[in-house]
Design a protein around this ligand. Sequence first.
Ligand SMILES: [Zn+2]
Ligand SMILES: [Zn+2]
Length: 353
Amino acid sequence: MKGLAFYGVRDLRYEDVEYPKIEAPDDIIIKVKAAGICGSDYARYRKLGPYVPGTVWGHEFAGEIVEIGSNPQGHYIGERVCACPSIVCGECRYCKMGDFAKCEKLYAIGSLQHGGFAEYTKMPAQNLVHLPDNVSYEEGALIEPSAVALHALYKTHIKMGDEVAVVGCGTIGEMLIYWAKQFGVKVYAFDINDDKLKEAKELGADVTINTTGIEPMEALSKYTIGVDIAFESAGNPITEGQVLSLTKKGGEVVYVGLPYGDVTMPRNYFEKITRNELHVIGAFGVTSAPFPGKEWSAATDFLSRSTNNLKSIISHRAKLSEGPAILDDIMENPAGYKKVMLFPEWDNEQKEG
Ligand SMILES: [Zn+2]
Ligand SMILES: [Zn+2]
């Protein structure tokens, strides 16, 4: 079978890879139908490289079960599923507390074990989540980035009528906007790119603010004295500080983006934590108890019930074999891409979405 094996910085190869084998009782083999390229994959492709050279890449996918072991835990051949990519040990202190996102041995597929950029892949039964019939495979592949946003939202005290700021409108920012809106809140989206802000609006942002040449809080003050909750989803060393200025006193500031450089900040931002008695929250991962968590059950159930426009987050659909060329192009032209969906099996339906 074919897959995208990751060998080194800017070295991703479409080549023959080994068909997975059922080894453990809970092993399940899935025929991959759609797999998304993650924003975190860009940095890995550009400068970090693979954890283990030659590993099949990709951690956002959905597909159909084709083989099961002796303990499939309710899953069955022919079932449509999406997959939680987090592999947890089940034995550490945090796993025993049900706090799987903090597992000492946590890793995602596509790093230390083969991932979803292949015709077939293998997952533990507990990581698979049933996809309702009316949720497409490409929507199924959007559940993982949705789960990142929901995991962050569930860390807060968000409630209907709140005001929420999302700083940075990349894929995770867009997911935060889309899912925050489902809680009945008013969303302010911040970015320095007008195209991204236009997309943010399409996904439900009520107010979009371009912060080029203006302090975010100064721009926001036209609308409100401060939001209830502010999310940092840019991973930008500058916005990591700015985000602390956006909430009301006593507000919640949630860090979702990982900074891509050292963070230093003006004192007047940092001291907001103290003076404004802020609640600073870190959000990482996609899981909760019972594993893989309500992030997954809520997202799949919601997409099956709503006439949603989440799919508008997909900007490109391509054959799996085109993955390396697309990643090279993303390196040159990152602003031209939103979510890219790859299909091991390609027909005209995929072209249309
Ligand atoms: Zn991802
Ligand atoms: Zn653990």
